[in-house]
Write a protein that binds this ligand. Sequence first.
Ligand SMILES: [Zn+2]
Length: 264
Amino acid sequence: MDDRQRLRYSRHLLLNEFGEEAQERLLAAHALVIGAGGLGSAALLYLAASGMGRITVCDGDEVDLTNLQRQIVHSLDTLGTPKVDSAKRTLEGLNPDVDVVPYRERLTSENIDRILDDGWDIIVDGADNFPTRYLVNDASVWRGIPVVHGSIYRFEGQATVFKPHEGPCYRCLFPEPPPPELAPSCSEGGVLGVLPGIIGSLQANEAIKLAAGIGEPLIGRLLLFDALYTEFSEVKIDRNPNCPVCGDSPTITQYIDYVEFCAR
Ligand SMILES: [Zn+2]
């Protein structure tokens, strides 16, 4: 670290539990953030501010006015532009130490291996749909990359860390997606604007801890947040030995595109 970096990260360096070594590990870490929406906005801002060395953002959408109620990495200045470019502009304005790599595409079974070949230490999953969530889960198990999971619905959110073979994966909890007619709509659901900020910040916290090698990650623990009542609760979640992906006898060994979801 140079003098300017020691100054920028001085409030980290002052923490006994953090210090220079943890900051160096953070500066050398690579995070892949899926989605530059509500969860991604909060996670991206804190990851960049904290000095996560390389951040790839994957999102195929453009910024529209309805996004600005909660997607705080974007602004009026970037309406109509790709979200990944808008996010890159904001993050580079915040911290030039961070290398921000935009992938303007929606994650699919076709492109996920190409994107993951870049060698990521951590995946922050801010996807708003089931097909992406299952793709990310299966890829992360096969490649041994921890996933910091977050999701929101109306006034409720949840977060956990899926670390392959040390704790459960998403399919240990939900082996298959719900039938499309029972799944919440991917784009039309209402959500309290501040909620993805809270859950996305929790995801940043977990990603920073994993990268810096400090604290106890949320492995095997599902953290639930109720914004209306303002209540956190925690549920213990176990690895399922019969899990179709990370279990003892996996039955899913290649990507599945759950394309029937999110037909708009
Ligand atoms: Zn599993």
